[in-house]
Design a protein around this ligand. Structure first.
Ligand SMILES: *Cc1c(COP(=O)(O)O)cnc(C)c1O
Length: 416
């Protein structure tokens, strides 16, 4: 039987049979890579050439665990779907292109991606600097899992570069950055953190979930690796859980790809396909998320029931200058504190009808939640504890007027 021709992208991404799975992540040879195309073009085309066997324009869901070998060790670049799967390769190539990285790796969840990164770049006796405001699950991974394996951590306000410099120790191998932070929307200077990390012989990882690569590209600012929960803006439709790591350094990329295969927290073909489909529209969705969030911020600022609005787009936000420099928009996440305290926060969460009460973020639908009792319950009592009067919004892409009316009504129910 005539063997169907492979595209250059497939061959490059899959690597030679000799080298094995470590090179699945090297996505630099994709014909869309190399800086000639804009973001939206890459989102729709990078890693997504028409299928070489059928001409299908959309990358097929290769729902297979294994691949034929014509003789022992001779195959088309894929041996077993933990090590590599063509649908996943398409996603990984696309994600690498969107972040301007060399290696893209997809995972079954954001936390699986974080776990792979942390077990690749830390060892017992090591130390990491972490934010004093971060996704609760990230903190839990450091505090409840890594700590037991002998990796210690120091929470620091990453907006204070002197404090970060002081927290770095000889055994520090990693600075972990989240910007904007979840849920307090703090901003850290990525370029500043990269130079502190590199002066200390450490690496900088940036969790870019809140901004998405459309609004912020940490690798270009000096970060060594970008982390995503693709569950959020990249997937964008609240229908899949996934994660990703993207790096520029070829050596680190190979180490991460090795661990991805060795540890096995990979996404299935259908989940890879869902994230890839979501990523195609990331640009237009983010534009609308930003515009709707700005309108929501205006409404909240005008309400006497709201004590404080946390949004990096506000000129009086302490990180506004840095955010304006390193982001091309301020994003769709808005947090605010209620003058009426926790009871008022819970009442607002109960009262909205267009904003759905639920965890997660980054989907087309607007969500509202109470971090202290929901997403961030795991940081209670720690240095990362969040205020009880805080409400977090993931502003979706519904009709702006409907979102404003919904919040206005919910705030109106609170006692004056
Ligand atoms: C959701 C989230 C994660 C964890 O990702 P999962 O896909 O839920 O495992 C990590 N970081 C941030 C900022 C998140 O919002």
């Amino acid at each position: 039987m005539e063997e169907p021709e492979q595209t250059a992208a497939h061959i490059a991404a899959a690597g030679s049979a000799d080298f094995g799975s470590e090179v699945h992540g090297d996505t630099t040879a994709d014909r869309w890579a190399g800086g000639d195309y804009g973001f939206e073009t890459l989102a729709i085309h990078a890693g997504q050439d028409p299928d070489p066997t059928t001409g299908a324009v959309v990358v097929p869901i290769y729902q297979t665990s294994t691949y034929v070998q014509s003789e022992v060790g001779r195959h088309k670049g894929y041996e077993y779907s933990r090590s590599g799967n063509p649908t996943r390769t398409a996603l990984e190539t696309c994600l690498a292109a969107l972040e301007g990285g060399r290696t893209g790796l997809a995972f079954a969840s954001g936390l699986a991606a974080e776990d792979c990164l942390l077990r690749t770049v830390t060892s017992p006796g090591g130390h990491v600097v972490i934010p004093d405001d971060a996704y609760g699950g990230t903190y839990r991974l450091f505090a409840k899992v890594l700590e037991r394996w002998g990796v210690s951590h120091t929470p620091v306000a990453l907006s204070d570069l002197d404090a970060v410099r002081a927290a770095v120790r000889p055994e520090t191998s990693l600075i972990w950055c989240e910007t904007p932070t979840n849920p307090l929307l703090g901003i850290a200077d990525i370029a500043g953190l990269a130079s502190i990390a590199h002066d200390a012989g450490a690496r900088l990882a940036v969790d870019n979930t809140f901004a998405s690569p459309y609004l912020q590209q940490p690798l270009a600012l000096g970060a060594d690796v970008v982390v995503h929960s693709t569950t959020k803006y990249l997937g964008g439709h609240s229908d899949v859980v996934g994660g990703a790591l993207i790096s520029t350094d070829a050596v680190l990329g190979e180490e991460l790809a090795y661990h991805q295969n060795a540890m096995g927290g990979v996404p299935g073909a259908f989940d890879s396909w869902l994230v890839l489909r979501g990523a195609k529209t990331l640009g237009v969705r983010m534009d609308r998320h930003c515009a709707n969030a700005a309108a929501v911020v205006e409404l909240l600022l005008a309400s006497p029931k709201v004590a404080q609005v946390l949004y990096p787009g506000l000129p009086d936000h302490p990180g506004h200058g840095v955010a304006a420099k390193q982001m091309s928009g301020f994003g769709g996440m808005v947090s605010f504190r209620l003058a009426g305290g926790e009871a008022a926060a819970l009442e607002v969460c109960r009262s909205t009808t267009v904003f759905t009460l639920g965890e997660s973020l980054g989907g087309v639908e607007s969500l509202i939640e109470h971090p202290a009792r929901m997403t961030h319950a795991s940081v209670a009592g720690s240095q990362l504890e969040v205020p009880a009067d805080l409400v977090r919004l993931s502003v979706g892409i519904e009709t702006a007027g409907d979102l404003l009316a919904d919040l206005e009504r919910a705030l109106g129910r609170l006692p004056a």
